[in-house]
Write a protein that binds this ligand. Structure first.
Ligand SMILES: Cc1cc2nc3c(=O)[nH]c(=O)nc-3n(C[C@H](O)[C@H](O)[C@H](O)COP(=O)(O)OP(=O)(O)OC[C@H]3O[C@@H](n4cnc5c(N)ncnc54)[C@H](O)[C@@H]3O)c2cc1C
Length: 411
């Protein structure tokens, strides 16, 4: 069968692109390497899927993507934040807005988001070929003539590449589309892991693995100079730190690694030094007859207490009431300036997204069609766009996927 459109990659961008193209009347085939569609989608938002960000001001939304953001105006006009929320709501997945305008399904299940997209493909009559890896796109003149699978070839009038980036390669995203585009003459902005956890020097960090800190302030220092600071949520991992504020600072931290970089965590940002000192004195007095190691439970999460005790250098068996002023000051310092030495950034295996990709200069933002090859379109993370955490990256997939699908159908 000859298709009007072949969509390569069954992630969020590919599923929306295929569904929208079919809705516009095209005969569409979607080809996916895995046996399931949306494998990475299931991991998003720790399995809850932060589907978009309720930043309804278009200008402020695109600002999150820096200078490249203006590329997104047409895509966001075609299918914006409210359209995304409506799309899922109409299909039985209402959403809620959490801290930082993060939008999640009320059910807290990424699987519900995936199910809606798979249903959308059925509803619109998209043919899907799973367990099939596209090997290459074959060009003839200024057009793509066909695509090659392991043991077959497939022809369509137009092709939409939605193969994602290079992060979490275990989910199927291995940079294939970026390589093909480059081979076909497109400029590739070198892909880099982005929104990536940090690795630290302290070996005891593994004792804190899984501990989430809700309201902390983290400052980044290079050579005793403050370079960045964020307030919000962070998470300890087996080898370092992750969580929204760390991921969002990861790019700027990466740029500082030509010198020693330290993180200082203020574990109690709502209390200044003197208020926290008074609080400490009170807690230690109230628990005066207890051993020091059993005394910080009112102030700190359970997992953090043994680490703070160890780092304080105070005898854990000492009575809380016998802690000296000097020892209390050391404790205070630890709570306000909990220090970690950054060793480096985790790689693509653990990066939430890939920065870099197919250059925006060679893609028409109004159609998402290649400026070099007349029947080739791109959508999603394969394009050189990357935003912060908070649902921005998936919104880009919905918006660019929709616009690419619609334009490929009407071309
Ligand atoms: C752990 C994690 C959590 C995240 N959480 C969030 C979040 O909550 N909110 C948010 O906005 N973003 C989040 N992201 C980012 C978001 O998941 C991605 O931006 C998004 O999935 C990119 O979608 P895509 O369709 O462009 O590519 P992908 O989702 O990477 O899909 C590409 C698909 O193409 C297929 N493919 C690749 N090459 C071939 C080939 N040669 N032949 C056939 N098929 C191929 C792959 O198997 C894959 O299924 C998260 C990412 C990770 C890793």
């Amino acid at each position: 069968m000859k298709y009007d459109i072949a969509v390569i990659g069954g992630g969020p961008a590919g599923m929306i692109a295929a569904g929208r193209a079919a809705q516009c009347g095209a005969r569409v085939v979607l080809i996916e390497r895995n046996c399931n569609l949306g494998q990475k989608l299931l991991l998003t938002g720790k399995g809850r899927c932060n589907i978009t960000n309720a930043e309804y001001d278009l200008r402020r939304f695109v600002e999150q993507f820096g200078d490249k953001g203006k590329f997104l105006y047409s895509a966001l006009h075609a299918f914006g934040v409210q359209d995304t929320i409506q799309f899922f709501k109409q299909r039985g997945v209402p959403t809620k807005v959490e801290r930082g305008n993060r939008v999640f399904p009320v059910s807290d299940k990424a699987a519900d988001v995936q199910r809606v997209l798979v249903d959308y493909l059925h509803e619109t009559g998209v043919s899907t070929i799973k367990n099939a890896t596209v090997k290459s796109l074959v060009k003839s003149g200024s057009r793509i003539d066909k695509l090659r699978l392991a043991e077959a070839e497939l022809k369509a009038s137009r092709y939409i590449v939605c193969t994602g980036g290079l992060s979490y390669p275990s989910t199927g995203s291995r940079g294939d589309g970026m390589r093909w585009a480059n081979h076909l003459g497109h400029t590739l902005i070198p892909p880099q892991p982005a929104l990536v956890p940090l690795i630290v020097e302290e070996p005891w960090i593994k004792d804190l693995q899984g501990l989430s800190l809700k309201n902390v302030r983290i400052s980044v220092y290079q050579d005793n100079q403050k370079k960045d600071e964020r307030f919000g949520e962070a998470l300890f991992t087996h080898e370092g730190m992750s969580g929204p504020i760390i991921l969002d600072m990861s790019q700027s931290i990466g740029n500082l690694l030509n010198g020693p970089v330290s993180l200082y965590i203020d574990l109690k940002p709502a209390l200044d030094h003197s208020v926290l000192d008074t609080r400490l004195q009170r807690d230690l007095l109230e628990d005066g007859s207890k051993m020091f190691k059993n005394s910080l439970y009112k102030l700190l999460p359970k997992k953090l207490i043994p680490v703070i005790i160890r780092l304080s250098g105070i005898d854990p068996a000492k009575k809380a009431g016998d802690i000296t002023r000097e020892e209390r000051k050391r404790l205070l310092h630890l709570l306000k300036r909990f220090k970690l030495q950054v060793r480096g950034l985790a790689g693509f295996e653990n990066a939430i997204i890939t920065a870099g990709g197919i250059s925006l200069k060679e893609i028409n933002p109004q159609t998402l069609c290649s400026r070099l090859i007349e029947n080739l379109y791109f959508a999603g993370e394969v394009i050189d766009l990357d935003g912060p955490t908070g649902g921005y990256n998936l919104q880009i997939c919905w918006s660019t996927g929709y616009l690419a699908g619609e334009n490929a159908a009407h071309a």
